[in-house]
Design a binder for this molecule. Structure first.
Ligand code: ADP
Ligand code: MG
Ligand code: MG
Length: 273
C-alpha cells in the first residue's frame, strides 16, 4: 500500500469537474513526486462502499487498473494506488513533471510543425491502441486530458473518469459522457457506436486541433453536417489523414490499426495523389 502520510501536499495543479489535483512530494526524498486527484464521493460510491475495499468502487480506478499490468504503456499516466477517505477518493498518480495540457501547449505554440504533431500523434496512437487492446474505451479523449512534457514532448493520456469496458456490444449514445464536441457522428445519428471507430474519430479531431489551434467542430449540427476548413499550409498527407479519420460513416473511416500505418507517419513514402 501507499502511505499518504509520507507525502507533503503542495500546489493545486488542476481544477477539474469532479475534484482537484495536487502535486505532493515525499517528505524525506523531495525529488519523489506524485499527483493526487481528490474526488468527492457520490452517494452511489458510498453505497458501493458496503462491499468493502477489495474491489475498486470507482469505475475510473477499475478502468485504470486494466492498464497497469506489465507491460505498461509509457503514454498512459500511471496509477500508483488509491486511498479511500470518509468523504473522498484520492487517486495517487504518476506526476508528469514540467508538463502542460495539450490544450495549453496548442494555445501557446503558434503554427505547430508537422514533425512535432507527428511526434505527439504517434504517442497518442500508442496510448489509444493500448487501451483498445486491454478492453478500455477512454471515452473523453480531448486536449485537456492529454499532458505534454517539456522539452521532450512526451505525451501522457490522463483522466479515465468517463472510461468504459469494451464488450462485444456497441455503446449507446447515453454511454458517452465525454466532451460533446468530440463525440463521433454515429453516436448522434445511429445512437450506437463502437469503440475503435470512435477512437479514430477522436484521433482526427485531435490532429485537426494540433494543426489549426481550434476544434474541427463546435456543435452537434457541424459534427453531423459541417465541412471542415483545412489550413493550406498542411501537407497533402496530413490533410489525407485528418480527412480519413473524420469520415462520418464509421465503416468507411480509417481503421484504428491503419492510422499508424498512414503515409503521414512515414514521410519517405510518396504522398497520396
Ligand atoms: P477531471 O476528471 O476533473 O477532468 P483530470 O484527471 O482531467 O480531472 O485532471 C484535471 C487537470 O489536472 C488536468 O487537466 C491537468 O492539468 C492536471 N493533472 C491531472 N493529472 C495530472 C498528473 N498526473 N500530472 C500533472 N498534472 C495533472
Ligand atoms: Mg479531465
Ligand atoms: Mg474526468
Amino acid at each position: 500500500g501507499f502511505d499518504l502520510s509520507q507525502f507533503e501536499v503542495g500546489d493545486m495543479i488542476g481544477d477539474g469537474t469532479f475534484g482537484e489535483v495536487y502535486v505532493a512530494s515525499h517528505k524525506r526524498s523531495k525529488s519523489v513526486k506524485v499527483a493526487l486527484k481528490c474526488m468527492v464521493k457520490s452517494q452511489e460510491d458510498r453505497y458501493l462502499d458496503v462491499d468493502g475495499h477489495s474491489t475498486p468502487v470507482l469505475a475510473e480506478v477499475a478502468m485504470m487498473l486494466r492498464l497497469m499490468n506489465a507491460p505498461r504503456c509509457p503514454n498512459i499516466i500511471r496509477l500508483h494506488d488509491w486511498v479511500e477517505l470518509e468523504n473522498n477518493f484520492v487517486l495517487i498518480l504518476e506526476y508528469a513533471e514540467s508538463c502542460q495540457t495539450l490544450h495549453q501547449y496548442i494555445r501557446d505554440t503558434v503554427d505547430i510543425e508537422e514533425n512535432q504533431a507527428r511526434r505527439l500523434m504517434r504517442q497518442l496512437i500508442r496510448a489509444v491502441m493500448f487501451c483498445a487492446e486491454r478492453g478500455v474505451f477512454h471515452g473523453d479523449i480531448h486536449t485537456a486530458n492529454i499532458l505534454v512534457t517539456q522539452p521532450r514532448l512526451e505525451l501522457k493520456l490522463i483522466d479515465f473518469g468517463c472510461a468504459q469496458p469494451i464488450t462485444h456490444k456497441p455503446f449507446n449514445r447515453s454511454d458517452y459522457r465525454g466532451a460533446g464536441n468530440c463525440m463521433p457522428p454515429e453516436a448522434l445519428r445511429c445512437r450506437v457506436f463502437h469503440a475503435n471507430p470512435a477512437y479514430v474519430w477522436t484521433l482526427g479531431i485531435t490532429l485537426y486541433e494540433i494543426m489549426h489551434g481550434r476544434l474541427a467542430f463546435n456543435n452537434r449540427q457541424s459534427i453531423m453536417f459541417g465541412s471542415i476548413q483545412i489550413h493550406p499550409r498542411l501537407s497533402t498527407a496530413c490533410v489525407d489523414l485528418i480527412s480519413q479519420c473524420l469520415i462520418r460513416n464509421p465503416v468507411k473511416r480509417l481503421q484504428l490499426h491503419q492510422v499508424e500505418e498512414h503515409c503521414w507517419f512515414n514521410p519517405t513514402t510518396p504522398n497520396p495523389v
